[in-house]
Design a protein around this ligand. Structure first.
Ligand code: SR1
Ligand code: MG
Length: 422
């Protein structure tokens, strides 16, 4: 029963459903509603409807990858995942998730709150030179709240296991496994790099045993570790923000996976923009401030995440909920408090090491496989672009292969600074 809809089809679909139409206006005057397709992602079609009563965002998933066309089929079950994940995330962190209004499994449609201007996709804003003063703090909360509350630290094991099954997303995970962990290291059919100046660098990467082995170890972690419900596509194109608000969208790749993947992916995307800044610099705006802000956002995001996550862990322990992985009532005695501290340290050290490795491989894939980032691709000057890409590529490769040696976020930022100046 699936049918792909165009703007007029979407308007008729909404007008026929009073619970949806009420967000836009009276169905009798739907001829006057404005509808436009605004999707700029790789996967789906996204429509905005505006009318006298307000606005609505409607997303429809075709049975293929939008950016590749019908030659690349893709499960439409991703819409079920997206609807379920938006609801789950909203239960833990409603202030950073758009409200979900509707899910239609047959038509592969979801409808949700439209976030009007000045909300915008963060990637676009960054390319235009914007900064977002609260982005790091908000993302730290989003990550800590969603990851902690969906993990065994907060959940009894029966509920946890049911969640792991409910959010099984095998086909979408396979796309990530291929594009992120495998394709960067050989001349895969869909690979491309934008600048021919990078030919030799890409050939070197294909022969790089240390990077390939590091990526394959992370791939094992990605496929096997059922740690929390992760968004799994948390890049700057999956975030809409203003100067005061932040919303995380598009969780169609979500599944129970390693927490470090979400942390690493968003840090990778902030750093890709950091390396792209030089290519967007003009005399009027040399992007020095933006560069500085990007590094401070990386540092604040990690520090804020750690702080909030450990705070939740202690609060949860103090409530006395005996979860499988909780240190029961840990803070109640001196020994308990020391045990809690040590547990937090070990947990965060492993998460950080994972995040650094993931961020390295995520940076590589955005430069040398299918699906690039506009941060780099939109740099007009070909030589400037190639220079930015090369620095990002070498940095990504270095932190991927040497993740264990990057012991702090400050060290990560120092390495990024040095790689930019190399
Ligand atoms: C075939 S999908 C390519 C990429 O687009 C999405 O945004 C994800 O990042 C995915 O890896
Ligand atoms: Mg997306």
């Amino acid at each position: 029963g699936f049918q792909a809809l165009d703007c007029e089809g979407i308007k008729a679909y909404v007008a026929a459903r009073p619970q949806l139409a009420k967000h836009v206006g009276s169905p009798d005057s739907s001829d006057d509603w404005q509808v436009r397709e605004i999707g700029d992602g790789n996967i789906n079609f996204v429509y905005v409807l505006e009318g006298p009563a307000g606005s609505l965002c409607v997303k429809q998933a075709p049975p293929y990858v939008r950016a590749a066309g019908e030659s690349w089929p893709l499960t439409q079950d991703r819409v079920r995942i997206e609807a379920a994940v938006l609801a789950e995330e909203a239960a833990h962190c409603p202030q950073h998730v758009p409200a979900l209004y509707h899910f239609d499994a047959r038509m592969c449609i979801i409808a949700m709150q439209y976030l009007p201007p000045p909300h915008g996709i963060v990637r676009k804003g960054l390319i235009e030179g914007r900064t977002y003063p609260l982005l790091a703090t908000h993302l730290a909360s989003f990550l800590a709240d969603t990851l902690f509350h969906t993990s065994l630290l907060a959940m009894p094991s029966d509920k946890f296991s049911a969640n792991v099954a409910r959010f099984s997303n095998v086909e979408m995970c396979r796309v990530s496994e291929q594009l992120i962990f495998t394709d960067p290291f050989f001349p895969a059919p869909r690979n491309r790099h934008t600048s021919p100046q990078l030919d030799a660098d890409v050939a070197t990467l294909h022969a790089d045993v240390a990077a390939r082995v590091a990526a394959s170890r992370l791939k094992v972690k990605f496929t096997q570790q059922r740690q929390a419900l992760i968004h799994a596509d948390l890049h700057t194109g999956s975030i809409m923000a203003t100067q005061d608000t932040t919303f995380v969208i598009d969780p169609e790749f979500a599944f129970y996976g390693p927490m470090g993947f979400d942390v690493g992916k968003i840090l990778a995307n902030l750093l890709l923009m950091y390396f792209a800044c030089d290519g967007h610099a003009t005399e009027a705006d040399p992007r020095a401030q933006q560069r500085e802000w990007l590094l401070s956002a990386v540092a604040e995001l990690w520090a804020g995440f750690q702080r909030r996550f450990c705070e939740l862990w202690r609060q949860h322990g103090a409530k006395g909920d005996a979860c499988s992985a909780s240190l029961f009532d840990a803070a109640a005695s001196k020994e308990g408090s020391a045990a809690q501290q040590l547990a937090e340290q070990l947990f965060m050290a492993e998460l950080w090491r994972d995040a650094v490795g993931f961020l390295g491989v995520v940076m590589l894939r955005r430069l040398v496989t299918f699906a690039h980032v506009a941060d780099m691709d939109s740099i007009a000057d070909a030589d400037a672009r190639a220079a930015c890409e090369r620095r990002a590529l070498h940095f990504g490769r270095h932190v991927l292969a040497n993740a264990a040696g990057v012991s702090s976020v400050q060290q990560l930022c120092d390495l990024a600074q040095a790689a930019r100046q190399a």
